[in-house]
Design a protein. Structure first.
Lengths: 78, 381
């Protein structure tokens, strides 16, 4: 849990407690708020979040930079 | 208001509806008053004859000897017995069991219970990494390995011949899990395995009959108490009518299954193409070509699998799902996760003996608006 105590500089989406696909819908809704090349933090503790975020990045052309549940970092590519 | 009733059953992966010939055989066998096949009286001798016939059907299907065929109570029982029995027979060699990452959960559980368990990764379509497989089965201390002929969720055929050759080179016994493939593809020439497993429910026989084939030269030992039935390899009086019916179902596939299989293969091709064209943001899993004829799995992005399953049921289609929320499980399908496939919004289709092109066209018509409606309701951008 120490990984999420350091505040993230930028858009952070706290989706802990949400069931999939809700966290994936949230990042899809919000990633457009940051500029291309920017990293977004997603906090999600659903057991499917890691697999589904990786699949979403593959399908959407975004990059999953870090996957340390419940913390994930995604870079917006376009 | 009438209860929603699924008119079209597309969930043969959880059990093909009983084939009519098998059902008739089951009823006839029960009415014939067959007894304990170990008894010397006439009902006992008739039961023993039926068991002989049943063993011959399975033996011919998998290229084994009739006395190597055993009937258990389920696919899970067969897989447990297969993995645990080889691990026990080889305990002086070691306790490592090698499987793929997408084997059936019963195999993974048995492998973990045997001692140490290593899984070999699969690619995006579900094929095992053969180099890694060969390296791991060649590791000192490997007691046994297990691979599927075809995956039970996505249908992908494993390179099981090559995997078996690697096991033979390493002199490691192999469990070949044929549950999703038996009756669907030709297995009489499959070689290199020590124990083969299957399940009658997968091909339209009674769900209470598992299949376990143990080669005579395999170093397998029962990991549970046994008695005199089935050569001391599976205990208890066998349910002869159910076993007989199971092999009548298998025989139906062996005699007529090629035509059905071709039809199913084409229908899955149509489904695959139709879903990809008509539903945006869908992840269709598995090998599109090298697969069993009857299975297809896909996942719709941003869609909740439970909602999708229930809406399809209302529309008249019974399908399975590997999404956590719809599978009475906290965790999503380990198969989809290992393949890097989307696990939410998942639908698993298993065609049956009687699935028609019209049913598939209807499914392709109802699916896109259902997915679109769920996405709108969820506020998908």
């Amino acid at each position: 849990m120490n990984e999420i105590t350091a505040p993230f500089e930028g858009l952070s989406l706290d989706c802990r407690g949400m069931k999939c696909p809700r966290p994936i819908i949230e990042i899809a809704r919000r990633i457009g708020e940051v500029s291309v090349g920017t990293v977004v933090e997603l906090l999600a503790d659903d057991p499917a979040a890691g697999a589904d975020l990786a699949a979403w990045c593959r399908m959407r052309g975004q990059t999953l930079l870090a996957s340390n549940p419940p913390r994930f970092l995604v870079r917006r590519n376009f | 208001m009438a209860d929603p009733v699924s008119e079209v059953f597309l969930d043969s992966s959880s059990g093909e509806p009983m084939l009519p010939d098998a059902r008739q055989a089951w009823v006839d066998a029960q009415q014939a008053g067959w007894g304990d096949p170990a008894r010397l009286h006439r009902p006992g001798r008739l039961a023993a004859q039926a068991m002989d016939q049943a063993r011959e059907v399975v033996a011919a299907a998998v290229g084994a000897r009739p006395d190597e065929v055993i009937f258990t109570a389920s696919a899970a029982h067969s897989n447990h017995a297969a993995v645990a029995g080889l691990a026990l027979g080889r305990r002086r060699t070691g306790s490592l069991v090698v499987t793929t990452a997408i084997d059936h959960s019963s195999v993974l559980a048995a492998a973990a219970a045997a001692g140490s368990h290593i899984t070999v990764e699969v690619d995006h379509q579900g094929h095992v990494d053969l180099d890694r497989w060969a390296a791991l089965v060649g590791t000192a201390g490997t007691a046994a390995a297990c691979i599927q002929v075809a995956n039970h969720e996505v249908g992908t055929l494993q390179p099981y011949t090559e995997a078996a050759e690697a096991c033979q080179r390493a002199e490691v016994p192999l469990v070949l899990d044929a549950t999703a493939a038996l009756g669907r593809i030709e297995l009489a020439d499959a070689s290199g395995w020590s124990v083969l497993t299957g399940w009658a429910g997968a091909f339209g026989g009674p769900a209470s009959v598992g299949i376990l084939v143990i080669k005579k030269k395999a170093r397998w030992r029962a990991s549970y108490p046994t008695d005199d039935y089935q050569g001391g390899r599976w205990p208890g009086i066998p349910d002869v009518p159910a076993i007989y019916a199971a092999t009548v179902a298998l025989d139906c596939w062996l005699r007529a299954g090629h035509a059905i299989g071709h039809r199913q293969h084409d229908l899955i091709d149509q489904l695959r193409a139709g879903i990809t064209q008509r539903v945006p943001d869908v992840d269709v899993a598995g090998d599109p070509v090298r697969r069993v004829p009857h299975l297809l799995t896909f996942s719709a992005l941003y869609v909740d699998g439970e909602t999708l399953t229930l809406e399809l049921d209302k529309a008249g289609f019974a399908v399975a799902s590997g999404s956590a929320c719809s599978a009475a499980s906290e965790h999503p399908s380990h198969v989809l996760a290992a393949m890097g496939a989307l696990t939410h919004g998942n639908v698993r289709i298993g065609l049956t003996w009687t699935t028609t092109p019209e049913e598939i066209n209807r499914f392709l018509a109802v699916l896109p608006p259902i997915v679109a409606e769920i996405r709108v309701t969820a506020g998908v951008p």
